[in-house]
Design a protein around this ligand. Structure first.
Ligand code: ZN
Length: 430
């Protein structure tokens, strides 16, 4: 690209950056946790439309996607599961098409007394914006939009079709991104600015969520020996799952991008409930588990191993031997994905284009990183034959308390995104 134009685009990002931060603050103020995304999506739809994109706003229908590869079993209802896509249709269509994807959903704020300020009243302190979702990933979602705005301020639009996606459900199923695929949104590449410190994600683990339901035999605690304690029965089952975790993390089992990571797959007991009364032997216990998998690991085999592990451990318990644990999959059934395994010309070229944009903005080469969680990139990479680049700003404490995003980093990511769009799609005069 012409150096003068490059400089003009970077200056346009700086010029629009105050408005970008105002926009981000407003977006963070919407508490778009699961089931509460609609107000934030209304805001996005309005803003996309005001900027000249053709807006498609629809409620996800599970029936449309439940038989597709990559579908995750659903938790709760989909009354508020609204996706928003803004389309730019190029006049010249001479470049390569692009999806700019980001998720609007945020995880729960957690205990409010651990936050210094209310999580949905975003605040800026120096170079940092605080708030739930500021980092994961509203800053990236907004960077996508303001990268387009910077091009527009220079008198240009992408010279290829571009689809701006604001999706729900990233944090628990990925069914929002899957519904966009089903709706027909395809492109030559996808860019997702998830907050991984301005590195390019080379590979991501898969994630399986499941619930284990245990029964017990309730008695008065005075006769505890006659009962069966469902809560205590969970302990050896959890230990057995951790042994499985150790086996899966063994060097021979690792994907190449995780060869030097001795614990990429993390098992988490995220929730446990059970029992009714301190003096009654508990008749029930339910615990929720999150487990990682490597790219290429077969999900059906992974599920079978999990089940076998739990049933074997249950054999050691006299009551559970006759009352097997019930395993229910709900939420993530996400395969791992490695961009590094995509040897296509499209992937090579998309990575090179992003490397060029990053270098122009930062003066340094673009590092790559394998991450130990999932993102929506798997839908593009695994089920739509589309290279998906995950590249976003530096954030702190995502999913924790006092979540924040580094604003200088957001500025750099917006610049790199603008240059990436310009070089990948090409430009046409407005
Ligand atoms: Zn995220």
């Amino acid at each position: 690209m012409d150096k003068a134009l490059e400089t003009q685009i970077l200056a346009a990002v700086d010029k629009g950056f105050d408005s970008q931060l105002d926009f981000l603050s407003e977006l963070v103020s919407y508490p778009s946790t699961r089931g509460n995304e609609q107000l934030a999506q209304n805001f996005m739809a309005r803003e996309l439309s005001d900027r000249g994109l053709v807006v498609d706003r629809w409620k996800i229908d599970v029936k449309d996607i439940c038989d597709l590869p990559g579908f995750s079993p659903v938790i709760g209802n989909y009354e508020e599961a609204i996706n928003v896509v803004g389309s730019h249709r190029s006049q010249s269509a001479k470049g390569r098409s692009l999806i700019l994807n980001g998720h609007i959903d945020v995880v729960p704020a957690g205990p409010l007394d651990m936050w210094d300020k209310p999580p949905f009243a975003p605040s800026i302190d120096g170079d940092t914006m605080y708030g739930r979702g500021a980092g994961d990933m509203k800053a990236g979602l907004v960077a996508n939009l303001f990268a387009l705005e910077a091009l527009k301020a220079c008198g240009f639009a992408p010279a290829a079709d571009l689809f701006f996606q604001s999706v729900v459900e990233e944090e628990c199923t990925g069914n929002g991104a899957l519904a966009c695929l089903k709706r027909g949104y395809k492109a030559d590449a996808a860019l997702i600015p998830e907050p991984f410190s301005e590195t390019l994600v080379s590979a991501q683990t898969g994630v399986i969520w499941f619930q284990v339901h245990l029964q017990g035999l309730p008695t008065h605690v005075a006769y505890a020996g006659d009962g069966a304690n469902a809560i205590e029965a969970a302990v050896p089952l959890i230990e057995a799952l951790h042994k499985l975790e150790a086996r899966w993390n063994a060097p021979a089992h690792r994907h190449a991008d995780f060869a030097h990571h001795d614990h990429a797959l993390n098992l988490n007991i995220g929730k446990i409930v059970g029992g009714d009364w301190a003096s009654s032997v508990p008749a029930w216990c339910v615990f929720d588990v999150r487990m990682g998998t490597f790219p290429g690991q077969d999900m059906a085999e992974a599920r079978a191993e999990i089940e076998q592990t739990l049933y074997q451990a249950a054999e050691e318990n006299a009551f559970l031997r006759a009352n097997k644990p019930k395993i229910i999959y709900h939420g993530f059934m996400a395969e791992g994905y490695a961009l590094s395994d995509d040897k296509s010309e499209a992937a090579r070229s998309a990575i090179k284009t992003l490397e060029g944009a990053h270098e122009t903005v930062n003066g340094t080469t673009l590092d790559q990183m394998a991450i130990t969680c999932t993102t929506d990139s798997r839908f593009f990479g695994l089920y739509a034959d589309t290279p998906a680049l995950v590249y976003g700003p530096k954030a702190e404490a995502i999913h924790g308390f006092n979540e924040s995003v580094c604003l200088e980093s957001v500025n750099r990511i917006t610049k790199a995104t603008a240059l990436f769009i310009a070089n990948w799609c090409g430009l046409e005069k407005i």
